[in-house]
Design a protein around this ligand. Structure first.
Ligand code: C5P
Length: 236
């Protein structure tokens, strides 16, 4: 897969998405999340793919194993690069998600990679302990979920760059660390709590970064994207 950052297309409509994509002359790695997908349906994937962009579909599935199996089997029919589930759904749910993905991938097509969300980058350690009743450090919780995902056969996890090296140490360098919570030095963190710059994310061992508002809310999104790519690649 092309190692460029994934741009989070957190827009409500195809019109806004298309206006944004038309600013760029190159083929991009993009992330489609629940805002865009749930308001526009699967046709949004076809539209983006027809413009030659590569898609990470970030629906963070979390349901009983049989339901997740069926959802993944259906989504496997699209030409996607990456899909995800919540590790908190459990080992069996993750195994069934992967089975669904294999079952739905058309013959002679490459299976999309499947990763698991560990702890959201908008969650602090204090929140996790108080609200989820997990009495460990956030690192331990993330590593636990990553190990569970690895055992279920998944290709990697979504985590913060701060946890990336711990995960590669325990799960291997090929186990993906896809990291949101990325900001340029002077940008607002917004609701994200565990943020880093693209430069630091690379240094800390991210495999891919996911960037939304630092690009989509910038005065000049193309320039912001180029700065992020430059910081991310300068440290490769
Ligand atoms: O705008 P911002 O760069 O904060 O966007 C980050 C994107 O990554 C959002 O689309 C969000 O849903 C997604 N994401 C995240 N934390 C996770 C998984 C996905 O922020 N653990």
């Amino acid at each position: 897969m092309n190692p460029k950052p994934f741009i989070a297309l957190d827009f409500p409509t195809w019109e806004r998405t298309s206006d944004f994509l038309n600013l760029f002359s190159e083929s991009l790695n993009v992330k489609v999340g629940m805002e865009l997908y749930l308001q526009n349906g699967p046709v949004i994937l076809e539209k983006i793919l027809s413009k030659n962009h590569r898609i990470f579909l970030d629906l963070k599935l979390h349901d009983i194993p049989n339901t997740v199996y069926g959802a993944m089997k259906g989504l496997a029919g699209f030409d996607l690069e990456l899909l995800n589930v919540h590790a908190a759904g459990g080992g069996v749910m993750m195994e069934k998600a992967l089975e669904g993905l294999y079952a739905g991938t058309p013959v002679n097509h490459k299976r999309a990679q499947l990763i698991a969300v560990t702890q959201l980058t908008s969650t602090t350690e204090a929140q996790m302990q108080k609200e989820q009743l997990i009495p460990t450090s956030i690192n331990e919780s993330v590593l636990h979920y990553a190990t569970l995902a690895k055992q279920a056969g998944l290709d990697g996890v979504v985590c913060s760059p701060h946890e990336a090296s711990l995960i590669s140490e325990h799960c291997g360098i090929d186990f993906l660390r896809v990291t949101p919570g990325i900001r340029l030095a002077n940008d607002q963190a917004g609701d994200q709590k565990r943020v880093t710059t693209p430069h630091l994310a690379r240094e800390l061992g991210s495999s891919y970064i996911v960037v939304g508002r630092s690009i989509t809310a910038a005065e000049n999104p193309v320039l912001a994207y180029e700065r992020i790519v430059h910081e991310w690649e300068a440290n490769a």
